[in-house]
Ligand binder design. Structure first.
Ligand code: FES
Length: 277
């Protein structure tokens, strides 16, 4: 057994699943650990290739690296590979290699207020940046988190959203669901509309956004209306990452390979690309 490293990006290291948290009916958060702790260090927004023999492999965002103890992957059931992953139990061995992608610009964001906007499973990659900000709390200004999902059952990381994150210094957390439901006394409505209602100031703020394409499209329009410049808005096109190393040709937009230059871009950079994103 060996750990992965950047020098051997195609050789998976073996990790063991040490915990599985049911986040929603179709999202589980898997905690994995190699015999030495984490198989490799990951920055917020980076991804890793997870393999389950004999089923296959898939590229997933790392939703958190807990020191040198374990990595977390929040994975939504979307097909054969993820269906099988949802059937595994604690103790299962997986292959993991990486990390892949540029990750979020944690250094450039220092000193800024942070506005995180997420929908559904889109909170998974943002969570790594949110938790990074809390871990380095003095480096960042006010933190605002706006998260929405179809229903209350589809909200992931509920203990952090409702219990832990609101307790953090200078932090506001807003949660919404798409439609009214019995027993829910929180906000109801789509994320972009709630964003405009909250109207967070663009002054000294970086907005980081991830979620379904339709949510991103309208949230970007809302941010523009509120005065955010293209340089102040960051998103990740992580869903396009397949091989992660510029080989499969499945991530390109025009002549650009998302896996080689991204998947994290600011809006000014994305506007240089053909409008396929
Ligand atoms: S993900 Fe395969 S070429 Fe980019």
């Amino acid at each position: 057994m060996h750990d992965c490293s950047c020098e051997k990006p195609l050789v998976p290291g073996i990790v063991e699943v040490i915990d599985i948290i049911d986040e929603t009916p179709d999202i589980k958060n898997f905690y994995v650990r190699s015999e030495n702790g984490v198989p490799f260090d990951v920055m917020p927004g980076q991804l890793a290739m997870v393999s389950l023999l004999p089923v296959g492999e898939g590229m997933f965002s790392v939703s958190w690296q807990e020191e040198n103890d374990h990595l977390e992957f929040a994975i939504k059931r979307t097909g054969l590979m993820t269906d099988e992953l949802h059937r595994i139990e604690v103790g299962q061995k997986l292959g993991v290699r990486g990390p892949y992608g540029n990750g979020f610009p944690v250094e450039e964001c220092k000193g800024k207020d942070m506005l995180f906007i997420a929908g559904g499973i889109g909170l998974a990659p943002l969570r790594s940046f949110i938790k990074y900000c809390f871990k380095h709390r003095e480096d960042y200004g006010k933190i605002t988190i706006l998260y929405g999902s179809r229903s209350s059952a589809d909200l992931c990381f509920k203990d952090e959203l409702f219990e832990k994150w609101p307790q953090e210094k200078d932090t506001e957390v807003y949660v919404t669901i798409d439609n009214p439901e019995e027993g829910w006394d929180g906000h109801v409505g789509f994320v972009p509309a709630y964003l405009e209602e909250l109207n967070p100031s663009p002054e000294g703020t970086i907005a980081v956004i991830c979620g379904p394409p339709i949510m991103i499209k309208f949230a970007l329009q809302s941010l523009e209306k509120m005065g955010y410049s293209d340089e102040q808005v960051i998103t990740t096109l992580e869903m396009r990452m397949k091989c992660g190393i510029g080989k499969c040709g499945r991530c390109n937009i025009g002549s650009e390979y998302i896996c080689l230059d991204g998947p994290v871009f600011n809006l000014a950079q994305l506007r240089q690309l053909p409008p396929e994103w």
